[in-house]
Ligand binder design. Structure first.
Ligand code: VG1
Ligand code: CO
Length: 542
């Protein structure tokens, strides 16, 4: 018997406005009756309905994802979707979901993840919507979802029970076909087609040692299949490899603060040759060498400068794109290569048009994100594999490659200081204080530096002409230095201020925070973050 479609009344919820990357809230907020349903119906409506469409569905396996997947499947069937392609166990990394949408010609995808935010009943949950190109819904769509969420008064669902997502195979739910697929296989095949797996296999066979920390999140199964099974890294190279609903209590954010154990391993004698970690949904990467942390902006620049060593990019890059707060290290590579370089607002959704139009091959963000036109998301394992491909071909270690990079391009010292969970009004006061000075800052001298320009970044998409305003406050300083201040759009508790510090020179060695001390002093004197918030120091430094 075909289950009946039912129309359930629901009230609109406040604050269903997608941020930098989907709608992210406390899990307890998402679990309120009708909350997820109202948001999903608003999303379907904002896409003009989903009758006759194909959906890809998966996520990072966090607490509440299985329940949410069943709810979304029932709603998709009731809204007339004809096919759902679901990762087994409702699992799919963000880049694997992006690939599956493209591979199968799906119309859209939903990724159940709050990315690097902790999970569990007291943690965070999130819903990300991607469109037919495999990329995050652009601002016009996320704004339409928000608008619709304010008026939605009912949702459509099926009067039916849960379906089995634990085994691969095809079944039906109402009139909709549900295909449960291996979440790893297609993605692993894609990687095998991009990189020189033989060269990487030879590297491991020669005794090269790697440690990959999946942080009890989604990349475990992918990294185990690709690094250990297909490439022959020693068994046990991938640690914290089983996705857990609460990430084993870890904060699945691959940075020096949250991946402290990996950092300690790499600082100790006998460290492996290379280490990496990824985040909750598998789109971020952190790269380490023995006693060496590679800043994400440098990682992106090194990848851009060496990508031609991998088969997929042997013909060269069409262009690169980076988010505005990301350092200018990649710009120097682009100019040496004679290719286009784009500066976009924060968030992967702004790269989609450039990738689709063939104006950028590689994209990167300072927040441990890099990717290419192979999908429309940033991709943690992709970055790790490109690094391995480069190491294998060059026959050098991470340190030698970085040193060489800095010798060729100079060093772009870079650091991000995060002040987390501030009262919203305090964070707003810091932003308003700096914004109010922008018009008159030019020529201002402090900490031995002079302000050369200051603005509130706005972006005109060169492909479709869409305009995004208020994307971060930028203060350029003499000595090829600058600082940027913006509010995070992914937090779920109070407000997070991000201060991005940067300075370029020709030196190579030394301590990053020391090299940036004058820029940090200038930022504090002008923006007064510590003074206004009363916080003596940032919570996280990357
Ligand atoms: C942060 C990062 C941004 C990234 C976004 C999503 O956003 O700064 O670069 O694209 O997270 O990453 P915000 O607004 O908090 O600064 V993921 O891996 O959380 O989907
Ligand atoms: Co992520």
């Amino acid at each position: 018997m075909v289950p009946e479609v039912v129309q359930c009344p629901v009230r609109p919820f406040d604050g269903q406005r997608p941020g930098t990357s989907g709608l992210r809230k406390k899990t307890s907020v998402f679990r309120q009756p009708g909350y997820l349903e109202a948001y999903v119906q608003a999303s379907f409506d904002a896409m003009g309905g989903i009758a006759g469409r194909t959906m890809v569905l998966g996520g990072d396996g966090r607490f509440f994802a299985l329940e949410a997947a069943q709810t979304i499947l029932r709603m998709a069937a009731a809204n007339g979707a004809t096919r759902a392609i679901v990762g087994q166990g409702a699992l799919l990394s963000t880049p694997a979901a992006s690939h599956l949408i493209r591979l199968r010609g799906a119309d859209f995808g939903i990724v159940l993840s709050a990315s690097h935010n902790p999970g569990g009943p007291d943690g965070d949950f999130g819903v990300k919507l991607n469109l037919a190109n495999g990329g995050p819904a652009p601002e016009a769509v996320t704004e339409a979802i928000h608008a619709r969420s304010r008026t939605v008064d009912s949702y459509r669902t099926l009067d039916s029970g849960d379906i089995d997502l634990s085994a691969t195979g095809t079944t039906t739910l109402g009139q909709m076909t549900v295909e449960v697929v291996d979440p790893v296989a297609d993605y692993a095949d894609l990687m095998a087609g991009l990189f020189d797996f033989d060269a990487i296999r030879a590297l491991f066979a020669g005794g090269f040692r790697i440690r990959f920390d999946a942080m009890n999140a989604i990349t475990g199964p992918y990294a185990t299949e690709i690094l250990e099974r297909r490439l022959g890294a020693a068994p046990g190279s991938v640690v914290n490899a089983v996705p857990l609903p609460d990430f084993g209590g870890l904060h699945p954010d691959p940075n020096p603060t949250w991946a402290a154990e990996l950092i300690a391993l790499m600082e100790a004698p006998g460290a492996p040759d290379f280490a990496a970690a990824s985040d909750g949904d598998g789109d971020r990467h952190m790269i380490l060498g023995p006693a060496l942390y590679v800043s994400p902006s440098d990682s992106f620049a090194v990848l851009a400068a060496n990508a031609h060593l991998a088969p997929a990019y042997a013909g060269g890059l069409k262009g690169v794109a980076r988010s505005m707060p990301t350092s200018s290290a990649a710009d120097r590579v682009a100019s040496a290569l004679g290719i286009e370089c784009h500066e976009t607002p924060t968030g992967w959704k702004f790269f989609g048009n450039l990738l689709d139009a063939g104006r950028a091959t590689l994209c990167g963000e300072e927040s441990f994100g890099a990717g290419s036109d192979h999908v429309r998301e940033k991709d943690g394992l992709w970055a790790v594999l490109l690094w391995l491909n480069i190491l294998a071909v060059r026959g050098e270690g991470v340190a030698a490659i970085l040193d060489d990079h800095w010798r060729r391009f100079g060093r772009t010292w870079y650091s991000r200081h995060d002040y987390e969970a501030l009262p919203q009004e305090v964070a707003d006061a810091v932003i308003a204080g700096l914004r109010g000075q922008l018009a008159t800052l030019r020529g201002h001298k402090t900490a031995g530096l002079t302000v050369t320009a200051a603005d509130d970044f706005s972006y005109v998409d060169p492909v479709d002409g869409s305009v995004s305003m208020g994307q971060g406050l930028r203060v350029c300083l003499s000595g090829e230095a600058r600082f940027v201040l913006r509010l995070s759009g992914t937090g779920t508790e109070g407000a997070t201020l991000r201060l991005y510090l940067e300075r370029h020179d020709t030196s190579a060695g030394g301590d990053v925070q020391t090299a940036l001390s004058s820029v940090a002093a200038a930022a504090e004197e002008i923006a007064g973050i510590r003074r206004i918030t009363g916080r003596p120091a940032p919570d996280v430094v990357t």
